[in-house]
Unconditional design. Structure first.
Length: 591
């Protein structure tokens, strides 16, 4: 072919990448996506395990935490199969408002709702999906208190009595541990709640437990599979033999499998969006500062953000409403004060969506003319015209649900969309500096530095780091100094922000359809919404990027897309579990 121009080949690649939106499958030789680093939330992009190897077995080790149902044994023993059948009909795939309506009508209590989820976790999750790492022994007591408050006319709002699961890097000041899935933190019980947890409790939520995750937010070793942690074991996909992605793997799988209605994850780059997309749920990576990072074990502190996950836009908006607030422990929350305390459900209407303009990447005639100047051969002319036509047709198909809802669509040249900066440049130093600062400032943790953690793991590597700890060791011995790191951080953040701002300003759009990851370094929000199943049965999702504090835009547009497509399909857990027959299961130990 006569296409010899590097620029031509690059633009062809961009077209392929951009219009593969919603396909949560990547195959990169360097374990990286097209515009993200090989290490960031690392194995979100692994090629080490092909689809034929899923569901993955667990290594032969003994450090997996036992899931303890003893505090609920009596209640579970009295939970009849008939009542379970009735609640399955009422609660499977139910939204939080629908649950509240059942409670308001006297058909359900907060205690029974929590018990229903505990029963599902016991029957379907333990040593199967491994989505839930630890259960709150006080969960039923907390639910009873919420029932008593409601009976006394003291409802705290839309989350009153609703169970919530938290990614196990979010601290809680109760009997739960906070570990990031790591052996070194297995005994740590925080002295207080993270700010976002306090907000959830104040809103009446019942903290049901902690979810499994890719250990250290997927920054342990290049070979660690998505969804594996030493304490949590291997999280598996509820739709079959697929990669569950990470690092908020358990938070996504728990929601997808109906072990909970809503959960909280965290993202540095891709770790909410990818597992949400892969598991057929809604995930929102929030604007930096909208949800406090206080008492969340960091990967790279300036990029990390917590965010809500749920089966519907309504549930995600409801959970987000309870999580925001200005926190003196996180200065970034001051930058997001304009949205603190906002009821995000107010943006969930077609009327609100029609006030937004949605951008879609599409190659146009201008791109064609520019490329032909470099290579005017007849062969190139025909190829490029076909490429442009395919791009435009794909954009038409992609945006049909929005156009059907009366939402204005704007074509955006793919070359306008910035690519994510190379996160490799900041990860090693960033992780070491962020984690060491967290350990130094946090009481009650038995390890005081990354170096100490590495040494502790090396004392029994087969049980404490069965896949190795290459990323930890690389971070400990990084050659990047603090001055260089600060410079790279500023460059990564400013270039991503300016690039995305330019797209929004020059096109006049409010929301951009794109899987590009510049939003992460920029601190901008991004949302994924289910878009259906692949021919193989794996969920797919549409990814939307917003301006800083553009959550109202994302939620409004996402709501319209969800209403137009109704694309989520509930998983068949029994069928998925049948595929686990050949998967080995670790035996929890006491070391």
């Amino acid at each position: 072919m006569a296409l010899k121009s590097i620029r031509t080949l690059l633009l062809s690649l961009i077209a392929v990448i951009v219009f593969s939106i919603g396909h949560a499958t990547w195959s990169q030789a360097d374990d990286s996506p097209t515009d993200a680093s090989p290490a960031v939330e690392a194995a979100d992009f692994k090629d080490d395990f092909d689809d034929s190897e899923f569901p993955l077995s667990e290594p032969n080790y003994t450090a997996k935490r036992v899931r303890d149902f003893r505090p609920f044994a009596d209640a579970l023993n009295h939970f009849s199969s008939e009542r379970r059948r009735v609640l399955d009909q009422q609660l499977l795939e139910a939204t939080v408002p629908e649950m509240q309506q059942l409670i308001a009508c006297g058909h359900l209590t907060a205690e029974e709702l929590a018990l229903y989820y505990l029963d599902r976790i016991q029957r379907y999750d333990v040593d199967k999906f491994n989505a839930v790492m630890e259960l709150n022994p006080d969960a039923l007591d907390l639910a009873r208190r919420r029932d008593k408050e409601r009976a006394a006319g003291q409802s705290r709002g839309a989350l009153h009595g609703i169970p919530v699961l938290l990614k196990d890097n979010i601290a809680t000041g109760d009997q739960l541990h906070t570990t990031a899935g790591a052996y070194a933190l297995k005994d740590w019980q925080a002295n207080r709640d993270a700010f976002l947890v306090k907000q959830l409790r104040d809103a009446g939520a019942v903290i049901l437990g902690k979810t499994n995750l890719s250990e250290w937010a997927n920054y342990l070793d290049p070979l660690i599979p998505n969804g594996f942690s030493t304490l949590g074991g291997q999280t598996r996909h509820p739709y079959g033999s697929f990669d569950p992605f990470g690092s908020s793997t358990g938070s996504a799988v728990a929601v997808a499998a109906n072990f909970i209605a809503v959960s909280v994850g965290s993202e540095t780059q891709g770790s909410i969006l990818f597992p949400a997309q892969s598991n057929g749920i809604v995930g929102l990576k929030t604007s930096r500062g909208l949800v406090s990072r206080d008492y969340v074990i960091p990967l790279v502190d300036w990029m990390d953000v917590p965010g809500p996950m749920g089966r519907t836009i309504t549930d995600v908006a409801t959970l987000l409403t309870a999580m925001t607030g200005v926190d003196t422990n996180d200065a970034a929350t001051t930058d997001a004060a304009a949205l603190a305390g906002t009821d995000f459900t107010q943006f969930l209407s077609l009327e609100a969506a029609r006030r937004r303009r949605v951008g879609v990447p599409v190659l146009g005639e201008a791109n064609l003319r520019e490329l032909l100047e470099e290579d005017p051969s007849q062969e190139s002319i025909e190829f490029l015209r076909q490429l442009v036509e395919a791009s435009q047709q794909h954009a038409q198909t992609l945006t049909a649900p929005f156009r059907d809802m009366g939402i204005e669509i704007v074509a955006v040249e793919p070359t306008q969309i910035p690519t994510a900066p190379d996160a490799n440049s900041v990860l090693e130093h960033g992780f070491k500096a962020s984690l060491n600062a967290f350990l130094a400032a946090t009481p009650g943790i038995s390890v005081d530095s990354l170096d100490t953690i590495i040494s502790l793991n090396n004392a029994d590597p087969s049980n404490r780091i069965p896949y190795g700890q290459g990323y930890l060791e690389g971070a400990e011995h990084t050659e990047i100094d603090a001055e260089t790191y600060a410079m790279l951080r500023e460059i990564n953040q400013s270039t991503s922000q300016s690039g995305l701002n330019q797209v929004f300003e020059t096109t006049g759009i409010d929301v951009l359809i794109s899987d590009g990851q510049a939003y992460a370094a920029a601190g901008f929000p991004a949302l994924t919404v289910p878009s259906g199943l692949s021919p193989e049965g794996q969920p797919q999702g549409l990814t939307l990027i917003g301006k800083f504090l553009g959550e109202p835009d994302l939620l409004a547009v996402g709501y319209a897309y969800e209403a137009a497509t109704q694309a989520r399909v509930a998983p068949d857990l029994e069928a998925a579990i049948a595929t686990f027959a050949s998967a080995n299961q670790a035996t929890p130990g006491t070391n």
